[in-house]
Write a protein that binds this ligand. Structure first.
Ligand SMILES: [Fe+2]
Length: 427
């Protein structure tokens, strides 16, 4: 892995799995060294401004177009990609996916929980959970719909992409940009986690404003892979995801056949434990936007299509302050997950690693009553909040939920009860 980038855009990277393969000065010479084909992969419109223009040149053993016709993979679609349908004003919380009872790969182990928007609208996101225990072997994925932001919760994974291989562990995230072919394999017995599938503008680091040049996620901690290729002439399956449907095409060679590349349209990983938290050193509570790792901006300034936010271990020093997250109602909508430990607004249980919660637009939420009782009386000495790593996908639009989210048995029907015990202290 290269200690490189990503905010993207203004950066340009290159990598060769064989020496001296990249063309010296041209992107598409008449003939490429070593008999390779030149191919461009665009992540933005050709005419996007330089500050948001994303593209990479790939030098590969055969061009990507060399596959048979796609045919619908209806059974796989119905098993995995559930359609978000229902608006539900209730605060909702789910238990984690159970471990697989049969061998299943990453694709077979995806389950859509909620979402908004679509690839056709080019806005919104879908949130999937995954649980898998099987190698994808001769199966590869090309997702035309959206970027996959993969949040590892349990189990190490190997993400093979056209641009190289990324190995990651819980606490890290991996982003595979839309259109890029990939394969995900377990490096542990069972792997669990979350996927935020972004249909809007690509993720980038948030602006820092008065914070200055340093703080939050540092661009030097975003790692891109070294070029790596499979020179494999065997029958394989290329799964394509188009508008929420799986399609399957046969190939007679591996699509991960890029020997060298250059550009700024790249997969990357980031270790959430490296997040540089900025917080109060006096009193009160900055809004959770202070924990934004990556953002997918919308067309409205300051209003995101998605903010990906992390709540890491950190010092709590605010004086005269109720330190856990405050009670609130939000015009934005919040899906939260827990990677490990305990989230400081839900110390009474129920919000567990691998589970999730949804507080849709203007659904009131905040600390559970047990947390309130404890934190409103706690001694306000400096305290290091440890054993916690939670995250949030915050969106400008409310999330619709799927049949699976409502009927799979994972929904906690008694979630509301955690807020029903607040005593009346008014005098
Ligand atoms: Fe909230």
């Amino acid at each position: 892995m290269k200690a490189n980038y990503f905010t993207g855009f203004s950066n340009h990277f290159s990598s060769e799995a064989r020496p001296n393969v990249l063309p010296d000065n041209q992107n598409s010479p008449q003939k490429v060294q070593n008999g390779l084909y030149a191919e461009q992969l665009s992540g933005s419109a050709f005419t996007a401004p330089r500050s948001t223009n994303l593209f990479s040149w790939l030098y590969r053993i055969r061009p990507s177009v060399m596959h048979k016709r796609y045919i619908p993979s209806t059974e796989l679609t119905e098993k995995t990609l559930f359609k978000p349908k229902y608006i539900n004003p209730n605060q909702m919380r789910w238990n984690p996916l159970p471990p697989p009872t049969v061998p299943q790969d990453f694709v077979e182990g995806l389950k859509t929980i909620c979402g908004i928007g679509s690839a056709l609208e080019q806005r919104g996101l879908h949130i999937h959970l995954y649980a898998f225990n099987k190698n994808m072997n001769r199966r590869y994925v090309m997702n035309a719909d959206g970027d996959f932001l993969i949040v590892l919760q349990d189990g190490k994974v190997q993400v093979k992409t056209e641009l190289g291989v990324i190995s990651a562990e819980p606490g890290e995230i991996v982003v595979v940009p839309r259109g890029m072919v990939f394969q995900i394999n377990p490096l542990s017995q069972v792997c669990h986690g979350y996927v935020g599938e972004n249909f809007g503008s690509p993720f980038r680091l948030p602006e820092l404003g008065p914070i200055g040049a340093n703080g939050l996620a540092h661009r030097r901690h975003f790692l891109t892979p070294q070029a790596a290729f499979e020179d494999l002439d065997e029958k394989v399956e290329l799964l394509g995801k188009f508008s929420g449907q799986w399609w399957s095409a046969e190939m007679d060679h591996s699509p991960l056949n890029v020997v060298a590349w250059h550009g700024n349209y790249v997969p990357y990983k980031y270790d959430l434990r490296l997040f540089n938290s900025v917080n109060t050193v006096s009193y009160d509570h900055p809004d959770p936007s202070i924990f934004t790792v990556l953002t997918s901006p919308s067309d409205t300034a300051g209003v995101s299509n998605i903010d990906f936010v992390v709540f890491p271990p950190r010092w709590m020093v605010a004086e005269h302050t109720f330190r856990p997250p405050y009670f609130h109602r939000n015009c934005m909508s919040e899906y939260m997950g827990l990677i490990h430990g305990v989230y400081d607004a839900k110390t009474s249980g129920g919000f567990v690693p691998g589970g999730g919660s949804l507080h849709n637009f203007y659904s009131a939420h905040g600390p559970d009553s047990g947390t309130y009782e404890q934190a409103s009386e706690a001694s306000l000495k400096p305290h290091f909040l440890e054993n916690t790593l939670a995250f949030m996908f915050e969106s400008r639009a409310p999330y619709l939920v799927t049949d699976f989210a409502m009927q799979s048995g994972l929904l906690q029907e008694d979630y509301q009860d955690c807020w029903l015990g607040f005593k009346k202290y008014f005098k």
